[in-house]
Design a binder for this molecule. Structure first.
Ligand code: C5P
Length: 398
């Protein structure tokens, strides 16, 4: 699973540090190349020699070290890593990370790396619950750092509660899953995004609120996962991702037609567009004059794209999005059922801090069998999680 992957394991100074030896061994067993950075405190709990033997590489720990700089300094390590895994991550190190402190080798590498960072916190249950730690954790999550655990159980200090480091198997699985999204390699994915625009006359139209950010982020994430992406977009003010085929449309009918054609031979269809439910029964060919005190427009229902795509493609993996203002999960589930979707992503658009126009979102991923809450974070990060879910589901089905 991890063949040719480069995993940088950071070990900080907690009692769970002894478990890191087993994690390093398992990562190697999965085929990964592993380098280890230990903080000064970590070396009080476990010998660098153990980690050196298990990783097959010299352990790094000094920030300023003439030998290390000649070999692999902090910038090289930061660039080398495909994934940075910090296990265990102590409350103190989490606080340092939140502030972006760079006074240790591990802190500097965290700042310098473009690699995805996963942390497995381990600490006393009261420390885990503390307001300061919880604030730090939510900051890190919003920055895109991925949490593994902690789990609930008896602790080394005699307490019982949440704070134990996640099981080694779960940690190794989370690392492997980062690469699993590549399983969309060569899959054909069609995505609708943005609003549709329904003309009233040559200068006026009705539309839905939608920036297109979520659908575009889904396209980016699918491209990164190796998919061939067709993005069918309503009018938006953001630039198109590279490496995908973009079809610009205006009306729901145009979006429907383009979707139907693009879905021939496709594996996945993701309906992230905010499609207008109605269009004007007649579109005035001339600009409507501002003479009458009131005017009446008659609207006609638009085709439901997802429903029609399902009708035409029984085996397509179909994902809908539902913007709800109340009973989020119930309404989402009803749409999942009625549109015969494989999955639906629901979010609360009544909230001002996420959703429309925002760079962030907080959603539920719902399938027939399960509901998963995805915490508030950047739409790009949400999209990556959703694409990973889609890839996992496709693997499970095939
Ligand atoms: O029923 P509702 O509009 O809330 O469902 C939202 C989902 O249905 C989205 O995935 C949206 O892209 C899709 N949809 C559609 N055709 C429509 C309206 C919505 O495919 N006419």
């Amino acid at each position: 699973m991890l063949s040719n992957k480069r995993i940088l394991v950071g070990i900080t100074g907690g009692i769970a540090a002894y478990k890191s030896a087993e994690i390093v061994r398992s990562l190697r067993h999965e085929g990964a190349e592993v380098r280890v950075i230990m903080t000064k405190a970590a070396k009080e709990f476990i010998s660098p020699l153990t980690l050196q033997a298990l990783s097959g590489n010299r352990v790094h720990s000094e920030l300023i070290n003439a030998d290390a700089e000649a070999g692999m300094g902090h910038i090289e390590l930061a660039k080398w890593a495909d994934i940075v895994l910090i296990a265990p991550a102590t409350a103190n190190f989490i606080a340092d990370m939140t502030c972006g402190k760079a006074d240790s080798l591990l802190g500097s590498v965290n700042l310098a790396t473009n690699a995805h960072i996963l942390i497995a916190p381990a600490m006393n249950q009261a420390m885990w619950k503390s307001a300061a730690n919880q604030t730090n954790i939510s900051h890190l999550e919003r920055r895109g750092v991925q949490l593994i655990g902690p789990e609930e159980g008896p602790q080394a200090c005699g307490d019982f509660g949440v704070g134990r480091m996640a099981q080694n198997t779960e940690i190794v699985k989370s690392v492997s899953e980062q690469f699993k999204v590549q399983t969309l390699r060569s899959k054909k994915v069609v995505i609708t995004a943005g609003p549709t625009r329904e003309a009233i006359d040559p200068v006026r139209y009705i539309t839905n609120r939608s920036s297109g950010k979520m659908g575009y982020a889904m396209a980016e994430a699918a491209i990164d996962a190796g998919a061939h992406v067709t993005l069918i977009s309503g009018p938006v003010a953001i630039s198109s991702p590279e490496r995908c085929y973009v079809i610009n449309v205006e009306t729901a009918h145009e979006m429907y037609k383009a979707s139907l054609t693009a879905c021939v031979g496709a594996d996945v269809f993701i309906g992230a567009a905010a499609v207008a439910d109605y269009r004007c029964e007649t579109v005035s060919s001339k600009k409507i004059k501002r003479t009458a005190d009131t005017i009446t427009l008659n609207f006609k229902k638009n085709v439901d794209i997802l429903t029609e795509i399902r009708r035409a493609n029984k085996n397509l993996y179909l994902v809908g999005f539902a913007a709800e203002t109340e009973n989020i999960k119930e309404n989402g589930y009803e749409k999942l059922r009625s549109k015969k979707l494989n999955a639906i992503v629901t979010n609360d658009v009544a909230r001002a801090d996420v959703g429309f126009d925002s760079d962030e979102n907080e959603v539920y991923w719902m399938t027939q069998r399960s509901v998963t809450h995805i915490n508030k974070k950047l739409k790009e990060k949400i999209a990556r999680d959703l694409i990973a879910n889609i890839a996992n589901e496709i693997i499970a089905i095939s």
